[in-house]
Design a protein around this ligand. Structure first.
Ligand code: CA
Length: 220
């Protein structure tokens, strides 16, 4: 929800950005345009995008999966770090927000690496499974409809290879998950998701208070 890391005051957060953010011109433009969008809070934090780019290189990711594109900041962070022959399957149901994403993919010259699947992500993921793409992805990023997180995760876990990583966004949900009085649908869904992953012995996990909270899982 929040576009900056939790529990850092403005001064420390700005310092963190000033000494570490290496945002390309295209990412900066995408972020500036998205800031004017009515759903701007759905944008990931810039230091989170940089962390994703870091992971793509670190893990030598060639095939990536993204569930939740919005205006493209995370897909750009992924695709700009992929090798020449790298590929990203990106899922989203919003043709308007993803039109903005497409514009930046073209500007960054990464459009040919990205296959955008417009429609319900669960259907897209099921189709990829029908196409026998299990165990073929190196990395997946989940950041879409919160009540479907467990459904995305279960499919993504089949689609990634052993040793592959799934990064899930918004797992701390502005802290609401820790407040028993918060019982709205999204908060309950993320709470259930966090418990689901914590009990999952098919993966190693690490939850980090980056931006709105992220969980990294690595498939055994
Ligand atoms: Ca998010």
């Amino acid at each position: 929800m929040s576009r900056k890391s939790m529990q850092l005051d403005e001064q420390v957060y700005n310092y963190l950005l000033s000494v570490s953010l290496r945002e390309s011109q295209i990412l900066a433009e995408c972020r500036a345009e998205t800031a004017k969008h009515p759903m701007a809070r759905m944008q990931i934090a810039p230091e989170q995008g940089q962390f994703i780019s870091f992971l793509i290189k670190l893990l030598h990711v060639k095939n990536a999966l993204e569930i939740g594109v919005f205006t493209g900041y995370s897909s750009l962070s992924i695709a700009m770090s992929l090798p020449e022959d790298g590929h990203l399957d990106a899922c989203d149901s919003d043709p308007e927000a993803t039109a903005i994403a497409k514009k930046y993919w073209n500007k960054a010259d990464v459009a040919e690496k990205i296959n955008l699947h417009i429609g319900p992500a669960i259907e897209t993921l099921d189709r990829l499974l029908e196409e026998n793409k299990d165990n073929t992805y190196d990395f997946a990023f989940i950041d879409a409809h919160k009540p479907e997180y467990i459904d995305y995760y279960e499919r993504a876990l089949r689609l990634i290879r052993p040793g592959g990583v799934i990064l899930i966004d918004n797992v701390l949900w502005s802290g609401n998950v820790a407040d028993k009085n918060k019982q709205d649908e999204d908060t309950v869904a993320i709470r259930n998701f966090n418990e689901h992953v914590n009990k999952d012995d098919r993966v190693m996990i690490s939850m980090l208070p980056v931006a709105d909270g992220i969980t990294l899982t690595m498939k055994n």
